[in-house]
Design a protein around this ligand. Structure first.
Ligand code: LHQ
Length: 263
């Protein structure tokens, strides 16, 4: 596929989407949103893909919205930032969180604004110790978006979410790990190896069961215990009908490694 602002590939069950505007710290413009949407269309249509890895090219992960983009730059014409969220960021977060496979984020460098919250919307976030997370919105008179006001308090609690959002204080990768904001912080030179190992693992795992797990954990943020018990029953029923469940049990009883197909 011909992309300019991203790189996208699927190989060996692993889909990789790399934000690729390094000179602008991989900030989002309309073209990049369009190209990501096309890549996600291709991903959803690709039955071989079993895990998505999201990362950034160059020294940054993503600096959020490109503040130089005509679609969001205050000028003579009125700009509707709500429309920008409605048309681009909200669909992106909805699609990423709704994918039927694990989504890993390799935060290779600074993640600011919508870039920070895009990373936090992923299932497993591993960050280089060269990275930091910045809720930069308050410095522009804006509100954290891309799900930031929803996910951040759930990850780090209201007190930290409020201060980080109102002050825009950078959070180091190590601090983010200590606070439970991300899964792990690793040395910059270890990031690619960690991500490859994790993606390679997921490419051989029961994809359907994993997608039910992410669905259940995400639903738990708003469900009552009663509703969650019902959801677990429904998802377990569906998981129990999967080929991978049969294979997992058969492999266990035969004392051999399972061969999961993702079905
Ligand atoms: C950039 C950007 C950038 C353009 C670095 N845009 N050029 C949603 C809906 C609609 C509208 C509004 O927003 C949103 C959501 C949002 O994401 S709002 C938040 C937008 N993002 C920010 O406010 C972050 C702005 N960037 C920064 O604060 C810094 O660049 C960080 C802390 C990310 C990195 O700092 P440094 O490592 O010191 O790099 P730098 O500032 O020197 O940036 C390098 C270049 O990248 C520089 O260009 P230049 O031509 O001077 O080399 C920057 O202008 C450019 N750049 N972020 N968002």
């Amino acid at each position: 596929m011909d992309f300019e602002t991203i790189q996208f590939s699927v190989s060996g069950g692993i889909a990789r989407l790399t934000l690729n505007r390094p000179e602008k710290l991989n900030s989002f413009n309309v073209q990049m949103h369009g190209e990501i949407a096309r890549a996600l269309d291709a991903l959803e249509a690709d039955a071989t893909a079993r895990v998505l890895v999201l990362t950034g090219a160059g020294r940054a992960f993503c600096a959020g919205q490109d503040l130089d983009d005509r679609a969001v730059k205050p000028g003579d014409a009125a700009v509707d930032l709500g429309a920008s969220l409605e048309n681009y960021y909200n669909p992106l977060v909805r699609r990423l969180t709704g994918l039927k496979m694990p989504v890993i984020c390799a935060v290779n460098g600074v993640a600011a604004g919508a870039g920070a919250n895009l990373a936090l919307a992923c299932d497993i976030v591993i960050a280089s110790t060269a990275a930091k997370f910045i809720q930069a919105f308050c410095k522009l008179g804006l509100v954290p978006d891309s799900g930031g006001t929803w996910i951040l308090p759930r990850l780090v609690g209201s007190a930290r979410a409020m201060a980080l959002s109102m002050l825009g204080t950078p959070v180091s990768a190590e601090q983010a790990e200590a606070w439970g904001m991300i899964w792990k912080a690793v040395a910059p030179e270890a990031l690619a190896g960690e991500i490859d190992a994790l993606a390679g693992h997921f490419a051989t795992q029961p994809t359907k069961g994993l997608s039910f797990i992410r669905q259940a954990i995400r639903a738990a943020a708003t469900n009552s215990l009663d509703a969650q018990l019902d959801l677990e029953r429904d998802l377990q029923r569906a998981a129990g009908n999967s080929a991978d469940y049969k294979e997992g049990v058969a492999a266990f009883l035969a004392k051999r490694p399972p061969t999961f197909t993702g079905a």
